[in-house]
Design a protein around this ligand. Sequence first.
Ligand code: IVH
Length: 715
Amino acid sequence: MAAKSKVKSSIDVAELTKAQAKVELMRLALELEGHDKRYYQDDAPSITDAEYDALRQRFNAIEKRFPEFVSSDSPSQKVGAAPSGRFRKVRHAVPMLSLDNAFAEQDVLDFVGRIERFLKLSDGKIAFSAEPKIDGLSMSLRYEGGELVTAATRGDGAEGEDVTANIRTLEDVPKKLKGRNVPGICEVRGEVYMTKKAFLALNERQRATGDTIFANPRNSAAGSLRQKDPSITASRPLGFFAYAWGEMSDMPEDTQSHMIAWFEHCGFKTNPMTRICHSVEQLLAFHRKIEEQRARLDYDIDGVVYKVDRIDWQERLGFVSRTPRWGIAHKFPAERAMTVLRDIEIQVGRTGSFTPVGKLEPVGVGGVIVQNVTLHNEDYIRGIGNKGEELRGGRDIRIGDTVVIQRAGDVIPQVVDVLIDKRPKDAKEFHFPKKCPCPLHTDVVREETATGEEGSRARCTGEFACPFQKIEHLKLFVSRRAFDIDGLGEKQLQYFFDEEWVREPADIFTLQKRNNKLKLEEIEGYGETSVRNLFAAIEERRKIPLERFIYALGMRHVGETTAQALARGYGSWDAFHEACLKVAKGDEEASAEMDALDQIGDTVIQSIKAYFGESHNRGIVERLKKEIEVLDAEKPKSNSAVAGKTIVFTGSLEKMTRDEAKAMAERLGAKAAGSVSKKTDYVVAGPGAGSKLAEARKHGVTVLTEDEWLKLVGE
Ligand code: IVH
């Protein structure tokens, strides 16, 4: 973005300078965002589809020439963002979440062990549905009265895009459900995919007509679905396998495998390789067998999925954060490729830690072009592991080296080997910087480990004075899971930051007041409407739920789940803030109370202590707090006898596991804490209870047996 006079938007992409490209990308991102909003939310597009496509193509062409400016919130990175891909948003009645990944056999053992412990069942008692993991796009099909009414993509899990007209062209998707027991509301979920053969043929045709070449069948399925004209989707052979469900007004079956059979009965295709397994050995044998068949299949799979078969057990097991306890994706080993390391750059993260990033000669790995690899830290480059062990036989990584890289799922690609015989004479050793590359050139230190030894991560010591850290924190602050301000993405924020209009979070909320000086509407690509929209979006966020606010502060080790636990634990900003200030001053009682909260341990407490111990941070928080209102954490919805109470479970329970008991307490609106304090309401003590029981007696806390607890909660 720049003042109107500074930008010449009609310069040929090939002639843009780096600086011009940066400005133009920012301007176009804003413009596209504005058009998307007018199209999706206001239903009032102000330009034609062809004009929109032209803008988007220019944006893509600039990003292609300057890949260093591609950021994660770029319009080009949005799921399946094809040129005309604009569809109405649909909110999912039940969120579309994803599965955790297992890579090693041990991960599968741990998964099954966790489930057995949770359900208190021994090996062999649990049946699993084992299914291939189709590498396509997940889709939710909503039927009402047996008729297909909506088809929605996954989107961000909460909201997807309405692709009903296109999905109706798929042969594998029944428009009306056949058979028995069809509930009034029935959401069938599964994967849309394109066969490898159809993908190759489509690319042939695309090449002949000079159209987009797709990188893999998954992308071509996505591109084919996001067509404004359903007849184009109809001309692309897409398949659909049903394997899950969303909202159901009634459950027709009680196991995953029976549900799959029921889907077939209704007219769906389901994957023929699905099997029931009863042990870890059988699961692993299934993984081996499917991997062995992988290359011969006519569609892409990237692993297998294991799911506890009994649905009542799935319900008991529930979810941890955003993935189910009852299911896991066991991925196939990563794919590898060889390429040349062209350069090494340092990225400074939000907390000042340095990550060296290897810049590669672009190479295709499993259908994706890779140009960056993480090189983790200085030791990693030198061939030394976290525990001082040798990596790659002790071989270091030099600029100019030929390296073997690997990519596994969505994980950032890694270097697994260096080919020493291919090392050129002029290969350059990398000297890790002693100073931060930021304009302050602050000293770099290596972090200490928990045991006080020198760790492998280097950090800038500038803290909030380091502009890299400031901007990274601001990016987190406006991100979707924090303040989520419409129209203020990474690009706009970077611009405001570079112009020194926004240097800390509070500045975002004073932009409007200062606008008679800043004149945002004069920036190319903005205009009065966009500025009005931006200010409205900022106003909307002046009220923010406590958990989002805590997360947005960007304290180390305080991610979303921890922020939720803290919000639930303290209930209000005032209570939390007071506790943090006390913890920072070394108040032991305040630390012990924090420690007593479920999911909060020493690492988090130390981080809160460090954050609030720093006057600069306290100032940032205070100035921000003056601008906004932090809403108390939601009161427990439950009207159970234990809603809002703090419970500690101790000793061995007989009717359920400790984890299950904690989950039950939380479901009922109670807080399950790890240690007893005078704020504890009940201690549920089983046989073998020791010091916690003694503590309870000391504080006069009511002690319950397991049966008394179950009676109290009415279960
Ligand atoms: S079950 C709670 N079953 O893998 C999520 N997913 O991260 C339940 N997938 O988004 C998903 N094959 O797109 C399930 N047989 C299968 C699957 C499958 C492919 C995809 C799906 C999901 C992702 C899991």
